[in-house]
Design a protein around this ligand. Structure first.
Ligand code: FE2
Ligand code: FE2
Length: 163
């Protein structure tokens, strides 16, 4: 079985929030660049992907927090799990074990479309509903009064309590 190690930007990945879509397109470009690189250049490309992903996740988490979502919501923990593995792969690659980069890329190729179509899609719909503008990172009609905000849809089934 051939394992895919690249992703292509396609309609199914478009979530309808310009900033999110732009960030996701950059993610795919950096992922493909890492896949195409070899040797020392592959580690450099991977580190660029890692730096970008740190900011990508932080951006979404800032928006969740701005809406009053608790940091124990599952979207945060899924980002944290991915980030932990990505950093471990960098650590090993710096120690000479560069083969893990290829496995990480394969895992991200599988993970990203699922994450985008569930948690990130849920986040985009939620932000639009709350009137949160991602370009200015502010609420169009002022900050909603509700504290204890209900978490966005995350793709988990209803029996699973994420927040
Ligand atoms: Fe994302
Ligand atoms: Fe996300």
């Amino acid at each position: 079985m051939t394992v895919a190690n690249t992703l292509s930007w396609n309609e199914e990945l478009v979530l309808g929030d310009a900033r999110t879509d732009h960030t996701h397109q950059e993610f795919i470009e950096l992922l493909n660049a890492t896949s195409a690189a070899s040797g020392a250049e592959q580690l450099t490309a991977y580190q660029q992907l890692l730096t970008h992903t740190i900011e990508h996740f932080a951006q979404e988490e800032r928006w969740l927090l701005a809406c009053g979502i608790s940091p124990d919501f599952c979207h945060f923990s899924q980002h944290a799990s991915v980030m932990e593995v990505m950093k471990e792969v960098e650590r090993r690659a710096l120690g000479g074990e560069t083969a893990y980069i290829g496995s990480m890329i394969e895992a991200l190729v599988e993970w990203f479309p699922m994450h985008a179509s569930s948690m990130d899609a849920g986040l985009v719909a939620y932000l639009q509903e709350k009137g949160f503008d991602t370009a200015s990172e502010s609420f169009i009609n002022g900050v909603p009064e509700a504290t204890n905000a209900t978490a966005p849809a995350c793709g988990h089934d209803s029996s699973h309590s994420c927040a």
